[in-house]
Design a protein around this ligand. Structure first.
Ligand code: URA
Length: 210
């Protein structure tokens, strides 16, 4: 299986990401931008979702028309920065279920440690979109998908704002079956495990905690 890496290079996404990268961008603007970008990313990541044809009735006649197949999509947010994607994605997926995965990065080993996991019922029939703004070392993303696979979802997709070659490799070495959707693959990681040039700490920038 050839791992899929989808670069979302739509001008609107790239423009907004540039604004988010600027260090002068305020928390208010960053939050607004992440919401707008998330809506656009949701549009791209759902492009190949399976569909089914149902029979409906317009005011004029009956017709066959298509809807997304299966149980409601799950947005699986890796806490806490993944939550930044939720409002924007729920704009276009208003019935999606929302799951949470709590992982923290051990500052010494940079390994992901799980402290919370809650998903909806019936995962076997659901398509899961895993959310984490930064694919840095890849440790959290890999751990989250390892854990999600135990619930046997119908499909998994991973979405971030910024990735780096190390994170993409680590992720696809472990999960070659899970496509990555990202607007950017940056140069690499610095000695603290941050993506460079990146946009800083996504959680701090979304929640204004720095
Ligand atoms: N997490 C972040 O928020 N930013 C990075 O650059 C890497 C990990």
């Amino acid at each position: 299986m050839k791992p899929e890496l989808h670069i979302i290079d739509h001008p609107l996404v790239q423009h907004k990401l540039t604004l988010m990268r600027c260090k002068e961008t305020s928390t208010k603007s960053f939050r607004q931008l992440v919401q707008e970008v998330s809506t656009l990313l949701a549009y791209e990541v759902t492009r190949d979702m399976p569909m089914q044809t149902i029979e409906i009735e317009t005011p004029l006649e009956r017709m066959q028309s298509r809807v997304i197949d299966g149980k409601k999509v799950v947005l699986a947010s890796i806490l806490r920065a993944g939550n930044g994607f939720l409002d924007g994605m729920l704009n276009v997926l208003p019935s999606a279920r929302v799951g949470h995965i709590g992982l923290y990065r051990d500052p010494n080993t940079l390994q992901a440690v799980e402290y919370y996991f809650k998903m909806p019922q019936g995962m076997e029939e659901r398509d899961v979109i895993v959310l984490d703004p930064m694919l840095a070392t890849g440790n959290s993303a890999v751990a989250a998908v390892d854990r999600l696979k135990q619930t046997n979802p119908r499909s998994l997709r991973f979405v971030c704002l910024v990735a780096c070659p190390e994170g993409v490799k680590r992720f696809h070495d472990s999960h070659p079956d899970v496509p990555i959707y990202t607007p950017a693959v940056d140069r690499g990681l610095n000695e603290h495990g941050y993506i460079v040039p990146g946009l800083g700490d996504a959680g701090d920038r979304i929640f204004g905690t720095r």
